[in-house]
Write a protein that binds this ligand. Structure first.
Ligand SMILES: [Zn+2]
Ligand SMILES: [Zn+2]
Length: 147
């Protein structure tokens, strides 16, 4: 069993303690998220699964993602006007984003907790979370030349 599969089983198991009913569609959406690790949009997921579930709409996919988000197994990364990307939560991590093709790759780095406490101290906000993204060109868009 792959790592992605193990995580998926864990999540499916943890959902049993919630009100959420596991339907074949929900299972397929989670499976896609864990397998691809590509931070897809609801539309990407819809396109990948429409062959398997002809009655499913983008709205259905989106509603299911909302449900997953509420119980904390999926995170939504919104980007202004363009559609949100969805990330299956494994642990806290940052993202490296390709400014050409939009690919998002996970980047593990120690959590910048001191930024949060400083922000709280300076602004008086009650800080919940922070999001950091690093932009550049991915290897497909700008192959690094090796001499
Ligand atoms: Zn790229
Ligand atoms: Zn991620």
């Amino acid at each position: 069993m792959t790592m992605a599969n193990e995580r998926l089983q864990e999540v499916v198991h943890s959902l049993k303690s919630t009100k959420i009913r596991m339907t074949p569609q929900r299972h397929a959406i989670l499976e896609f998220l864990y397998d691809s690790m590509s931070h897809p949009t609801a539309d990407d997921i819809y396109k990948a699964l429409e062959g398997k579930f002809p009655n499913m709409s983008v709205a259905t996919v989106y509603n299911n993602l909302r449900v997953f988000k509420e119980v904390g197994i999926v995170r939504e990364l919104s980007y202004g006007d363009s559609s949100s990307r969805f990330d299956c939560v494994t642990s806290d991590h940052y993202h490296v984003v390709c400014s050409d093709c939009g690919k998002i790759v996970d980047f593990h780095y120690p959590g910048l907790d001191e930024v949060e406490s400083l922000a709280e101290h300076v602004t008086g906000f009650q800080i919940n979370t922070h999001r950091m993204e690093i932009y550049g060109k991915c290897p497909d868009c700008a192959p690094i030349s090796r001499h």
